[in-house]
Design a protein around this ligand. Structure first.
Ligand SMILES: Nc1ncnc2c1ncn2[C@@H]1O[C@H](COP(=O)(O)OP(=O)(O)OP(=O)(O)O)[C@@H](O)[C@H]1O
Length: 466
């Protein structure tokens, strides 16, 4: 089946505006596939549902953020890294990789602020840069990478390990409860972690920063936002040496108030930017369900269970206690679901996400903790049980929808051109208006699915995943 995009009655919009990516080089004196996964059967309510991948289609389509006219070979990568890439099944670079890698790898190193839609391969771009720049004979930290959650740090590490499989790279985590308290000296070349633990290890000089030459912030807008992890990230940066190092900031979103600050943190950066209307990928079809009240949301979720378990699904709630409550109720009623949030301890969090990654759990009920970056190809459905709101991020703010978090949440599906579905639950005027604001900001139609018509639900979902 080909992945040509059509507008249909379900509101799946063909991109009429070609996704343009703007690349800006620093002004002279301004501060420095697998592929489209497609169900091969429309039998959504049977377990015979499969996902096949036809990477070449989308990477050959100039309208796609996965498009590539170039090859990894042309990028002058070390043969050991090329081997690693091919072993991972990466045949050619995606658009962001094709544009960013020559800039990231050029000498002298230049900073980079890179934006590209979720699931389009940003990780490989910064991982390849770290792996290309470190000196494997020097047993000192040389690349520091920060991510907003331990789950994402662990995922980035797995990409480094896979891509660096044919090199002698040594890596270490800076995440909670990973190193023994009496660890004294990290000799690994690449360290990946969350900012709090990274600061701690740097302050205690367990990490010697003298030789650091690359500093990466994944999900950079969140890492720099003063209402997010900005303060902690700045602490890490202030502990880095005064000698020049390359700063790389990547995210699918850069809201205006962070964009300016990002340019200060990464001076004279090359910039790859997206326009507002290009923020969300077109292969995720967005729906909403009009629920009667909070309790009805729960009933609807339960009625969706069969659909949720065909591939894998992530259900996002506003609060940890909601995630736990729903998960306990559904479990008591005989459904198999797991819940994950920041109040669980480190080893439990690792076990839960690992089980989900391995497909042993099919439904994960969670909070914004894994809204960003998590890449699990089988996830074909995301449910916003509660819409993301600004006041979850910014204390005391009003109840405006949090557009950036929405983009990241729905981006947990539709990875690297695969098809995916997102469903928003609305249950009163306020949530309806919030959803309308999301729809307006993204310029994408969010289609209604009837809550009392399971057949309609099934038909629309089948069509969306086809
Ligand atoms: N060149 C490539 N060829 C084939 N698959 C690729 C390529 N680059 C990346 N991928 C795959 O695409 C998926 C998405 O990549 P990645 O997680 O880096 O996206 P991202 O842009 O960082 O997304 P997010 O914004 O959600 O963090 C991964 O499963 C990755 O293995």
């Amino acid at each position: 089946m080909s992945l040509s995009l059509n507008k249909d009655e379900d509101g799946f919009i063909t991109p009429t505006v070609l996704p343009k990516t703007t690349v800006t080089s620093p002004p002279a004196d301004d501060g420095p596939a697998p592929a489209p996964a497609e169900p091969t059967t429309s039998e959504l309510l049977t377990s015979s549902f499969e996902v096949t991948v036809t990477l070449a289609d989308q990477q050959g389509n100039p309208n796609s953020p996965l498009y590539s006219a170039k090859t990894f070979q042309e990028l002058g990568l070390h043969p050991d890294l090329l081997k690693g890439l091919f072993a991972m099944g990466f045949d050619k670079p995606s658009k962001i990789q094709e544009k960013a890698l020559p800039l990231l790898l050029s000498d002298p190193p230049t900073n980079m602020i890179g934006q590209s839609q979720s699931g389009t391969g940003k990780t490989a771009a910064f991982v390849l840069t770290m792996l290309s720049r470190v000196d494997y004979d020097l047993h000192k930290p040389q690349a520091i990478c920060l991510a907003p959650s331990r789950e994402l740090a662990r995922q980035i590490m797995s990409v480094i390990t896979a891509m660096g499989k044919y090199t002698n790279v040594q890596t270490e985590y800076a995440i909670k409860d990973n190193l023994p308290r009496d660890a004294t000296n990290i000799t690994a070349q690449i360290i990946v972690g969350t900012p709090g633990t990274m600061v701690d290890l740097m302050r205690r000089r367990v990490i010697d920063v003298t030789h650091v030459k690359v500093f990466v912030l994944d999900e950079a807008d969140n890492m720099l936002d003063q209402d997010g992890l900005g303060e902690q990230t700045l602490r890490v940066k202030n502990l880095l040496p005064r000698t020049p190092y390359q700063i790389i900031l990547f995210s699918a979103t850069f809201p205006d108030h962070v964009r300016l600050y990002a340019s200060k943190i990464a001076p004279k950066a090359n910039k790859i930017e997206l326009q507002k209307e290009e923020l969300s990928v077109d292969n995720i079809r967005q729906f909403y369900m009009d629920c009667k009240n909070e309790e009805h949301k729960y009933d609807i979720l339960v009625s969706l269970y069969q659909l949720l378990t065909i591939g894998q699904s992530i259900i996002f709630c506003q609060h940890r206690h909601t995630a736990d409550r729903i998960s306990q109720r559904m479990t008591a009623e005989g459904h198999k679901v797991a819940s994950l949030h920041g109040a669980k301890d480190a080893s439990e969090r690792d076990a839960i996400i690992d089980r989900f990654r391995e497909g042993r759990e099919k439904v994960l009920i969670t909070t914004n903790v894994i809204a960003r970056g998590i890449d699990i190809l089988q996830v074909n459905m995301v449910v916003n049980y509660d819409l993301p709101l600004m006041n979850e991020r910014i204390k005391g703010s009003d109840e405006r929808p949090d557009i950036e978090t929405y983009i990241h949440r729905i981006g947990r599906t539709g990875r690297f051109g695969r098809r995916g579905i997102s469903i928003n639950f609305v249950h009163d005027k306020k949530t309806w208006l919030q959803m309308e604001l999301i729809e307006k900001s993204l310029g994408r139609k969010i289609m209604r699915i009837e809550t009392n018509d399971l057949d309609d639900m099934e038909t629309k979902m089948k069509a969306a995943l086809k």
